[in-house]
Ligand binder design. Structure first.
Ligand SMILES: [Zn+2]
Length: 173
């Protein structure tokens, strides 16, 4: 009788232990699955909802002497006008869209180009929107710069806009 009782007790205890053990396992399993799911959701959210950084840096180069007129750093949302060109560049800002008007004397003529640069996340670009060059190729023939290693050239004004993988040193806007 006692043996039988102990036997039942032992089995009960065994069952309880087993139940606890399996419950413990399922909690860990759930935690693990939950963790994996959370990581997957976070990664998914990061890829889908955070806008991709399409552009790193931008340089506007005076091709008559190879000097950089201004640089834009898309990561830090800053721009820097070279001291040599401080008198040649004026800036107009609308939200995160900047219009840089660059005017230089070239062969006795005032050459003006207006470059629009958007620093908006998910909508970064640079394009020539105005120029008093004779052909307007820089406006009509060149695609907007939307990724690294693209360029727009105003041949008559010898002005080049080029996107670079290294972001230029910028000042806080
Ligand atoms: Zn042009």
């Amino acid at each position: 009788m006692l043996v039988a009782f102990l036997g039942i007790f032992a089995r009960k205890k065994d069952l309880v232990f087993k139940a606890q053990k399996s419950k413990l396992f399922s909690i860990w399993d759930l935690l693990l699955y939950g963790l994996v799911l959370a990581i997957v959701i976070v990664l998914f959210a990061v890829f889908v909802f955070s806008p991709q950084q399409a552009l790193d840096g931008l340089e506007i180069v005076d091709q008559t002497n190879g000097q950089v007129v201004l640089t834009v750093d898309f990561s830090n949302k800053t721009y820097r006008i070279s001291p040599n060109y401080a008198q040649n560049v004026s800036v107009e800002k609308t939200g995160e869209i900047y219009q840089f008007t660059i005017s230089r004397q070239l062969n006795g003529e005032l050459c003006t180009n207006v470059v629009e640069v958007s620093l908006q996340n998910g909508n970064q670009y640079a394009k020539m929107i105005e120029a008093n060059c004779p052909t307007h190729d820089c406006i009509n023939l060149f695609e907007d710069i939307v990724a690294n290693d693209q360029a727009i050239v105003c041949a008559p004004h010898r002005l080049k806009i080029v996107s670079t993988t290294t972001s230029g040193e910028g000042i806080i806007i």
